[in-house]
Design a protein around this ligand. Structure first.
Ligand SMILES: CCCCCc1ccc(-c2ccc(S(=O)(=O)CCO)cc2)cc1[C@H]1C[C@H]1c1ccccn1
Length: 235
């Protein structure tokens, strides 16, 4: 598609996520939460007293495709229906049909200062040779923008988040037209590198993250299931 000022950075960040997606979580990652198909891993990383813990979540959602998951995660108009940790979100620039810049104000987590964020958000699919279903991904990456000035007392977070989804078709019927929702499932990998910006007490931030990430992914997954239940499958 058309190139724009962020094209090179987007390519670099997307390729970086694809490279690390297969990195196994055995060394240095702790399994901090398991719920059904969801496994939540965290690496404890601090930089001069600031908690930067990378999060990595694996989840399998039966009855939806990776395209559907990425569609509802990326498309702006659904966000406030599944995001419970935001006061507001708005698109401030559309760079191409797969890339927008949005500005968000996160709900205040007392006693920390309120956070806000400005991301480019990019959606894309690609088919690796051996897979029959394309992989879909969304990356949200912090970017500065004239229409999102940093203004006190809000603290700007710095984040690099990716949602990478593969679609599995179990017992595929002879005719692909006969594929039903009970034959499909989405295997997703969600990674989040979030620097909370200003200082937050380590224990407080760790407990918020431990509680909020699984909660958000659970709520988001059920939202997509209910939105797609009686709709034709979007492969
Ligand atoms: C004192 C608490 C400061 C808040 C820190 C913070 C900010 C943003 C984020 C975050 C940023 C982006 C995304 S997303 O997946 O790209 C969706 C787009 O909205 C998701 C979560 C996370 C956290 C960390 C807490 C943790 C937390 C985790 C899930 C929800 C709320 N808080």
């Amino acid at each position: 598609g058309e190139k724009h000022r962020l094209s090179a950075e987007i390519e670099r960040i997307v390729q970086g996520h694809l490279k690390y997606k297969y990195e196994d979580v055995s060394d240095g990652w702790d399994l901090i939460h398991q719920e059904g198909e969801m496994k939540v891993y965290r690496r404890e990383v601090e930089e001069n007293g600031l908690v930067l813990d990378p999060m990595k979540i694996f989840h399998t959602i039966k009855g939806v495709t990776g395209h559907e998951i990425c569609h509802y995660f990326w498309e702006f108009q659904y966000r406030m229906e599944w995001e419970t940790t935001l006061d507001s979100t708005k698109i401030i620039e559309v760079l191409d049909p797969q890339t927008v810049v949005f500005y968000q104000v996160h709900k205040r987590v007392w006693p920390a200062a309120q956070r806000d964020s400005c991301f480019w958000s990019h959606i894309r699919s690609f088919t690796s040779s051996d897979e029959d279903q394309p992989t879909w991904l969304v990356v949200n990456y912090t970017t500065s923008h004239l229409l999102a000035p940093i203004k006190s007392p809000q603290v700007r977070i710095v984040a690099n988040v990716a949602l990478i989804c593969e679609t599995v078709i179990n017992e595929p019927p002879l005719n692909p037209k006969d594929i039903k929702r009970e034959n499909i499932e989405c295997k997703l990998t969600y990674v989040a590198f979030v620097n909370p910006g200003g200082w937050v007490p380590s224990a407080a931030l760790r407990s918020v993250a431990k509680r909020e990430y699984p909660r958000f992914l659970k709520r988001f997954s059920s939202y997509v299931l209910e939105q797609t239940r009686d709709k034709p499958i979007l492969f």
